[in-house]
Structure formats: structure tokens, C-alpha cells
Ligand binder design. Structure first.
Ligand code: ZN
Ligand code: ZN
Length: 160
């Protein structure tokens, strides 16, 4: 009886020994591999994402910004094909570009810009600040898009 128990015990011990010999090095190897696995499984995709995002922003954002900061707006064209330049803003008749107020020369073709009087709707050279028709003086300050007239335009066309 004791022999059997002893044998069982030794077998059990051998089993534990075997298991520990198999399991512990395995776990150790796994734990050693963990940083590598983390690197591949987490940092790799993260890095890929970061690089991808950086590429997308690096490629797209500056282009959009340059266009937004420097590029003149394109003037809307009406259904009849005529330019519908916003009143009070200098625009190029040739390119159909609308510039910030204060601009007098087209950056594309070098033409003198025209401006439509916000009060009476008469076009004139953008270098002339006072309307020859109604006498409205346009403020040539950037950011101030249109000097609003006191009364409605006599033409009654576009109400700003
Ligand atoms: Zn032009
Ligand atoms: Zn006018």
C-alpha cells in the first residue's frame, strides 16, 4: 500500500516536474515574447495609423490651407452665364475671381479689378473708392466685406 502511494507520489512529482518544465519555460518564452507581440499587435498598427494620419494631414491640410489663405474665391456664375460678383468686393472680369476688399489687381492675369457698388449696383474700377454714381465710399479694409448702405438699393434687385 505504501509502495503504491510512494509510486503514485513519485509519478505525481514527475508529472509536476514535467508540467513545470514544459509550462514554465513556455510562459517565460511567452512573457519574453510579450513586448514583441505588443509591438507587432499594438504599436505596429498604431504606428501605421499615426504615419497614415500624418501622411493624410501632411498632404492634404497644407494644400487646403494655402488655397484658403491665398487663393481668391471664384465668383458665382448666374444661370445666364454672367458673373455674379458679390457687391462691394473687387473681382476680375477676365478670371471671374473675387478678391479680398482692398485688392486692386488680379493675381492671375494682372488686370485691374472691378468692383460693384453695394448701394447702386454700378460697376467701376476697384482703385476708385468713391462711387461716381451715388457717392458711397467703400471701406478698403480687409475683413470688412461690404459697407452696408443705409437704404435699400434703388434697383431693388439683390437685397444684401
Ligand atoms: Zn484676372
Ligand atoms: Zn454707387
Amino acid at each position: 500500500m505504501t509502495d503504491v502511494l510512494n509510486q503514485l507520489n513519485s509519478v505525481w512529482n514527475q508529472l509536476i516536474d514535467l508540467t513545470s518544465r514544459f509550462v514554465v519555460p513556455d510562459w517565460g518564452a511567452l512573457i519574453n515574447l510579450l513586448p514583441v507581440l505588443l509591438l507587432i499587435g499594438v504599436v505596429g498598427p498604431l504606428l501605421t495609423l499615426i504615419v497614415f494620419a500624418w501622411l493624410v494631414y501632411g498632404v492634404r491640410a497644407p494644400r487646403a490651407k494655402v488655397q484658403f489663405d491665398e487663393g481668391p474665391d471664384r465668383a458665382p456664375v448666374g444661370p445666364d452665364g454672367q458673373l455674379e460678383a458679390p457687391r462691394g468686393l473687387p473681382y476680375c472680369r477676365r478670371d471671374g475671381l473675387v478678391f479680398a476688399s482692398g485688392t486692386t489687381r488680379c493675381t492671375e492675369c494682372g488686370d485691374d479689378l472691378a468692383v460693384i457698388c453695394p448701394m447702386c449696383g454700378l460697376g467701376r474700377e476697384a482703385t476708385i473708392s468713391t462711387c461716381g454714381n451715388c457717392g458711397l465710399v467703400l471701406q478698403v479694409k480687409p475683413r470688412v466685406r461690404v459697407l452696408r448702405p443705409a437704404g435699400p438699393p434703388p434697383g431693388g434687385g439683390a437685397v444684401a
